[in-house]
Design a protein around this ligand. Structure first.
Ligand code: URA
Ligand code: SF4
Length: 205
């Protein structure tokens, strides 16, 4: 089976991880993506946020959460009183998976095998950063962190300990909020995200 495990450098430091991940061919996703999008943030973050995978803009820029989902996450963090520069953001899968839709590149959900293949990078990031809390944004992140298929409703609202990290929270992915067609539903879901983030902010304080 495919895995990033053999690409993890012997000495775990954030720059060493970033350099090594840039050359990862642990699964086939590197073939069709522009570049590895590694996690980004301070050396001692209070919280590590884990998304699914880079989006179209992240793939072009080589940085996580710089597109629409990132903008929504930033707004939610601000409303919850969590300083953006104190948190580290990364993804369960480090390469953009997409399928053509006309001239556009349409996001495609990573398979369980791809999530498992990329998990060593997330594990290395968490072990080197040692955050006070880890937040899974959506079920793909939770699938990696809990190492099983999970449902948001089962895990939302309280901290968990997993093999990958302690003090793990699960909340909705910002992209899931952006996909709601109805403005009222979007605003309600955004409110719930902010509520979750407030609780997490109190937890790490
Ligand atoms: N969605 C994610 O899950 N991660 C990103 O970096 C951007 C969008
Ligand atoms: Fe390596 Fe992860 Fe990219 Fe696959 S998605 S090639 S495991 S960095």
């Amino acid at each position: 089976f495919q895995s990033a495990a053999s690409f993890i450098p012997p000495r775990l430091t954030p720059p060493a991880l970033r350099r090594a991940a840039a050359c990862c061919t642990g699964c086939d996703l590197y073939r069709t993506a522009t570049q590895t999008v590694f996690g980004e943030g301070p050396r001692h973050p209070s919280i590590v946020f884990v998304g699914e995978q880079p989006g179209d803009q992240e793939d072009r820029m080589g940085r996580p959460f710089v597109g629409p989902a990132g903008a929504l996450l930033n707004r939610a963090l601000a409303e919850a009183g969590i300083a953006r520069d104190k948190v580290y953001v990364t993804n369960a899968v480090k390469h953009f998976k997409w399928e053509p839709q006309g001239k556009k590149r349409k996001h495609k959900r990573p398979s369980a095998a791809e999530v498992a293949a990329c998990r060593p990078w997330l594990q290395a990031e968490v072990s080197v950063l040692k955050p006070h809390a880890l937040v899974c944004l959506g079920v793909t992140a939770a699938q990696s962190v809990f190492a099983k298929t999970v449902r948001l409703s089962e895990l939302r609202g309280r901290p968990w300990d997993t093999a990958l990290a302690t003090h793990v929270f699960v909340t909705i992915h910002p992209s899931a909020i952006l996909r709601y067609p109805d403005a009222a539903a979007r605003s309600e879901a955004f409110g719930r995200l902010v509520e979750d983030l407030r609780r997490i902010g109190r937890f790490v304080r």
